[in-house]
Design a protein around this ligand. Structure first.
Ligand code: NAD
Length: 499
């Protein structure tokens, strides 16, 4: 590993981290799987081996849950004060700031994303820990207006042990979206990163240890959906699952929760977000945004603006400019900091190629892209940004989430038509509208069925702003005050005042 990675100019700590076989964090100890089983994590830019990762089985999950339960009962929700929790979260953010370069490099190597995009992810993760550090001391209940012979008030209590299951597209960031509020609210955690991208979560575990979190408060276990993820979702002593991933697995998580202990479930799932451009929009702003809303993270983004609708008078202009911009995107290994890196895996690449074939066979017009990139980048999972034009919303490529750099674009005539078409989806994660008519923008925000609406912008995020999907895009909202509600339960207390 040393020889290979030195040629990339990696930080020495990144090299050391990769040179030692990975271990999981359970009850404050770094351990292998009890079975001794492991799996390999690879660099999607060239298919090269990065590290051997423990494959956790049911016994490891049990151990992690027992540790979390014990810490919850004896320390984290007992002797630790909200102010202690706030200062630990802030300290963790400081350590992440110190080791930002290492976290960025691990994310880029493991996931493939360009180094500067990994910087955005790490910065956003740090912001999340800082934001929820502030919340730890401000989680309040209410006093309620009951009759004079009694008092009623509510308290917000932590749920207990939370299982946090994370996807591979924004590994550190989505882990942070879950860990920060769960810990601020006083829960203990069993975090499972996706099997494709375990490294940044494991490195975060080192920082959690260094920050001084008590043993067992955060446990990090690694492995695939089966058996590891399923052992979490069906565990009798886990009180809540927070899951981000595909709608298909989201269903399985709900089912497992229902069949086991009816644990609380929040789901952040897939999307097929409409990006709508009216003829009165500021086109300079549209053109700055559209290439990123269409292809960011090589299209592996739940909020991708993958269904573009353009009002007829400007349709051809938008198609031409989007094509020019897509064709000029620099695609390369993430460590070279291109615009787009590879896809996460051969199988995800094949899924996307299959959808491209489907689009061609369905009769959509291929405007650009559509092919795997071979040649110098041949060992990695690279693919051309792809645009299809169509006039039929029933096509499979219009209805289904592709999760790659593929967008479909179509023209429309009227407001009512485009709102109906935007809402013609099983998903409802996000939507964007571009117009200089404030009334039209607000009418769109009222009528579109999606958890987030962006007006004259795209992919705007902040830790204080709730995010989550409608319809089959999810249940519950993360971020902001909403996440405090997600990771606490409301208890009602009555006091009788009679003599
Ligand atoms: P995935 O559903 O395949 O896997 C997500 C996680 O679930 C992984 O950690 C995986 O190991 C685990 N898992 C798989 N099967 C499981 C099971 N039976 N029980 C428990 N855990 C299981 O998703 P992915 O391929 O990693 O990510 C892509 C999907 O995630 C896309 O659909 C995307 O839209 C969605 N996503 C949504 C958001 C959001 O905020 N709404 C954000 C990012 C990604």
């Amino acid at each position: 590993m040393k020889e290979l990675t030195k040629t990339m100019g990696l930080n020495d700590c990144t090299i050391d981290f990769l040179d030692n076989p990975a271990k999981m964090l359970i009850n404050g100890e770094w351990v292998s799987a009890q079975s001794g089983e492991t799996f390999k994590t690879i660099n999607p830019a060239d298919g090269s081996f990065l590290n051997e990762i423990p494959l956790a089985g049911i016994a490891d999950v049990n151990k992690a849950v027992n540790a979390a339960k014990k810490s919850f009962e004896t320390v984290w929700n007992n002797t630790t004060t909200p102010a202690d929790r706030a200062s630990l979260l802030w300290k963790l953010a400081d350590l992440m700031e110190r080791d930002k370069q290492i976290l960025m490099e691990l994310e880029t190597l493991d996931n493939g994303k360009p180094l500067e995009k990994a910087r955005y992810d790490v910065d956003s993760s740090i912001n999340h820990f800082r934001y929820y550090s502030g919340w730890a001391t401000k989680i309040e209940g209410n006093t309620l207006p009951v009759a004079n012979d009694s008092i009623a008030f509510t308290k917000r209590e932590p749920l207990g042990v939370t299982g946090l299951i994370v996807p591979w597209n924004f590994p550190l960031m989505i882990a942070s979206w879950k860990l920060a509020p769960a810990l601020a609210c006083g829960n203990c955690c069993v975090l499972k990163p996706a099997e494709q991208t375990s490294l940044s979560a494991l490195y975060l575990g080192k920082l959690i240890e260094e920050a001084g979190f008590p043993d067992g408060v955060v446990n990090i276990i690694t492995g695939p959906g089966l058996p590891t993820g399923q052992a979490i979702s069906s565990h009798m002593n886990i009180d809540k699952i927070s899951f981000t991933g595909s709608t298909k697995v989201g269903r399985q998580i709900m089912e497992a929760a229902a069949r086991s202990n009816l644990k609380k479930v929040s789901l952040e799932l897939g999307g097929k977000s409409p990006n709508i451009i009216f003829e009165d929009a500021n086109l300079d702003h549209v053109f700055e945004s559209i290439v990123w809303s269409s292809f960011y993270n090589t299209g592996q983004e739940c909020t991708l603006g993958s269904r573009i609708y353009v009002q007829r008078s400007i349709y051809q202009k938008v198609v031409d400019i989007l094509k020019t911009k897509a064709d000029s995107l620099k695609i390369n290994k993430g460590m070279l900091n291109p615009d787009l890196g590879p896809m996460i895996s051969e199988s995800q690449l094949q899924t996307v190629l299959k959808y491209i074939d489907i689009g061609i066979n369905e009769g959509a017009e291929l405007i650009t892209g559509g092919k795997r990139i071979q040649g110098e980048l041949g060992n990695g999972y690279f693919i051309e940004p792809t645009i299809f034009a169509h006039q039929n919303d029933q096509l499979q490529i219009v209805q289904e989430e592709i999760f790659g750099p593929v967008v479909v674009i179509s023209s429309f005539d009227t407001f009512d038509e485009v709102v109906a078409r935007a809402n013609n989806s099983i998903y409802g994660l996000a939507a964007a509208v571009w117009t200089n008519d404030i009334s039209k923008a607000h009418r769109f925000a009222n009528e579109v069925q999606s958890g987030t609406v962006w007006i004259n912008g795209y992919d705007m995020f902040d830790p204080s702003v709730p995010f989550g999907g409608f319809k089959q895009s999810g249940i519950g909202k993360e971020m902001g005050k909403s996440a405090i509600e997600l990771y606490t339960k409301e208890k009602t207390v009555w006091i009788g005042l009679k003599d």
